[in-house]
Design a protein around this ligand. Sequence first.
Ligand SMILES: C[S@@+](CC[C@H](N)C(=O)[O-])C[C@H]1O[C@@H](n2cnc3c(N)ncnc32)[C@H](O)[C@@H]1O
Length: 266
Amino acid sequence: MQDENFNLLKKSIERILGIQCGSYKEEYIKRRVLSRMRIRGKEEYKDYNSLLVQDKDEQESLRNALTINVTKFWRDKEVFEIIKAEIIPEILKKRGKARIWSAGCSTGEEPYTLALIAYDLIRLKPDSQVVIYATDIDREVLKKAKEGIYDKKSLENLSESQVKRHFIQLEDGKYQVKQHLKDMVRFSWHDLMSGKPATNYLDMVTCRNVTIYFTEQQKNDLARMFYPALVSEGFYIMGKTEFMARELEDKYKPYNALQKIYRKSS
Ligand SMILES: C[S@@+](CC[C@H](N)C(=O)[O-])C[C@H]1O[C@@H](n2cnc3c(N)ncnc32)[C@H](O)[C@@H]1O
């Protein structure tokens, strides 16, 4: 009966939220749903299902709970194309090295995408160096990020030759990031609401798709916290659906407003 009710709930999730439950492990969906059920005081899947069907706020909360760690390699391709063609080359030309922070890195796809881009660029400039600091508040995702093991589907945005150069195919058909990329990324735990940056003298911060739960005030505090951590003219890259508040316009100027790429104002 429990199973039957859970299956009905999954059907509602697919129909109402448009999230395909088959893309996730069953355990993952159960964990997120149970946490929402606890918050809303529901003990049975059946009762939570009825709530979900009628309550628009709960639909939004469950959507956020299910997609909280969702990430992929080259998420929003255009942004990473600009990082590759313009931003990292400019930083390396000016300073010979680049310090980058992937803030809210989830399971590692974002920092490894940056590492992969940087690796190809520094091969052309052997004296240059790129370090990527990658942080998250969720220790589970950090563990996964450090292992760097992904299934074939996660690599769908990478070309055949990128997969060959930067991943080892494991016996179970999964792929593991090679050591040369791992060496470029330093993972650590950090809370973006702590008010302190994970590191300083940064040439670029990417903080993308992290602030769903943050209030406007917390989002603005975050941008203020990044400001002193960036070098002069350093880059701040937000998620495509995120916005820079008016009151921060003196701190950051748009570099590519459409792609939400900003630059520290001097
Ligand atoms: C949707 S993922 C985004 C991953 C990647 N930046 C991207 O755009 O694909 C959001 C991540 O932000 C992390 N996060 C949420 N609140 C945080 C906080 N206060 N401090 C650090 N990380 C946080 C979550 O744990 C999650 O892994």
